[in-house]
Design a protein around this ligand. Sequence first.
Ligand SMILES: Nc1ncnc2c1ncn2[C@@H]1O[C@H](COP(=O)(O)OP(=O)(O)OP(=O)(O)O)[C@@H](O)[C@H]1O
Length: 278
Amino acid sequence: MGTRDVLRKIIGIDPNEPDRFGHASKQRVLDISHNVILYLDDITVSFDGFKALNRLSLAIDAGELRCIIGPNGAGKTTMMDVITGKTRPDKGSAFFGQTIDLTRLSEPEIAHAGIGRKFQKPTIFEQHSAFENLELAMKTDKRVRRSLVATLDDADRDRIAGTLRLIRLDQDADRPAGLLSHGQKQWLEIGMLLMQEPKLLLLDEPVAGMTDDETMRTAELFVSLAGTHSLVVVEHDMAFVEKLGGRVTVLHEGSVLAEGDLAAVQNDQRVIEVYLGR
Ligand SMILES: Nc1ncnc2c1ncn2[C@@H]1O[C@H](COP(=O)(O)OP(=O)(O)OP(=O)(O)O)[C@@H](O)[C@H]1O
């Protein structure tokens, strides 16, 4: 009996059964051999006949930092909902890397596959310290099969300390999260996402309500995450988008109106008419 068959026996699969387990896990392996981490192709989402997304096609490169801008109702949130499995498209395809068909996975399966999403409102445990929040996020990572009461080893502590430095909360590690500033709470939630080691991060208006200084620090954090992570950031704050310096996609009426660097889209007459000139 080979190693794989021994493992199958341990987890209770008859070695003579077809390789369902192997097939299922193979589908979740992220393949970025073509250097593209997300493909949305010809996606339409209708709500009572109204097309919130209308034949939307978009591709995000591995390691890219992409900003999505556009007027209210353009379909930005709906696009994020399609990527995370919250909303199913009526038509079109959504792939994570070359092989993972997002339209066939549940929301938890998509999170598991490596897509993390941060909503506008932070959802942290206010009575716990910043350190404990990261610890809890690590322990609820289903890929790390351990109990919530298991003690941390040195490697875990190092990982938490490294993340606290990255999100600039190393000086506030032991403070209850409820006492942190609004910006710090947002960083803590980003840190909690990072503890789950996502490959693609979706961030919905991450700097809303932040001070100018916090906004610029958040831009620095995202720039430092790009490369090892891919980021899709929905944002209205143009100073922030400029500081991020990545490609910008303008959505309008559920499709891509323009795409390019910020200067190019800012000079695009169609973008000025529907969004920037308002
Ligand atoms: N569940 C729903 N039922 C009906 N209509 C919806 C639903 N969700 C979104 N819509 C509509 O779809 C359109 C796109 O909404 P969406 O929230 O994706 O836009 P957005 O670009 O994120 O806007 P904003 O910048 O205001 O957040 C809007 O006209 C919205 O009213």
